[in-house]
Design a protein around this ligand. Structure first.
Ligand code: SF4
Length: 155
């Protein structure tokens, strides 16, 4: 599937599941910024993900989804927990990149607990170091499928 087909699919699924708009809060728990940089390309003129109904928002209180980058460093563990609690239910969490998925190249150290799933429930793991923007969009699509099931169950 090329970028345009992915975008068309994304717009269709956001319309079906969320009435046309998806709000994402980015949370960096200790990344090297590689994953963050790839995420930021989603908003550049090439991808322009806003045309498919996706907005990056400044507060978790406005968010449907958290995209988390980096392993969980000791300085930011509390911030991750607070951000998750502040996000309205039902909430989707994507682990972006090898570090958020399971520690990546940094593994686990005295200052880094590794992947995010001991701290917050994860909908979708998007591997890669860093993952490409297309992989991020595919991760969002997978999360929307799960979210739709959660809505049907009334959770
Ligand atoms: S997965 Fe790779 S690019 Fe992403 S934060 Fe970790 S080291 Fe950096």
């Amino acid at each position: 599937m090329n970028e345009e087909e992915l975008g068309t699919d994304l717009k269709k699924r956001i319309k079906e599941v969320l009435s046309g708009s998806l709000h994402i809060r980015h949370v960096d728990t200790g990344s090297c910024n590689g994953c963050d940089f790839e995420m930021s390309t989603l908003s550049n003129p090439i991808y322009d993900i806003s045309r498919f109904g996706v907005s990056f928002v400044p507060s978790p209180r406005q968010a449907d989804m958290l995209m988390v980058t980096g392993g969980v460093t000791s300085n930011l563990e509390k911030a991750l927990r607070i951000t998750y609690e502040a996000t309205p239910k039902p909430k989707m969490v994507l682990a972006i990149g090898a570090c958020a998925c399971g520690g990546g190249v940094f593994g686990e150290t005295y200052a880094n607990a590794g992947g995010i799933d001991p701290f917050v429930p994860v909908y979708v793991y998007v591997p890669g170091c860093p993952p490409r923007p297309q992989a991020l969009i595919q991760g969002i699509l997978l999360a929307l499928d799960q979210y739709e099931e959660v809505l049907k169950r009334g959770e």
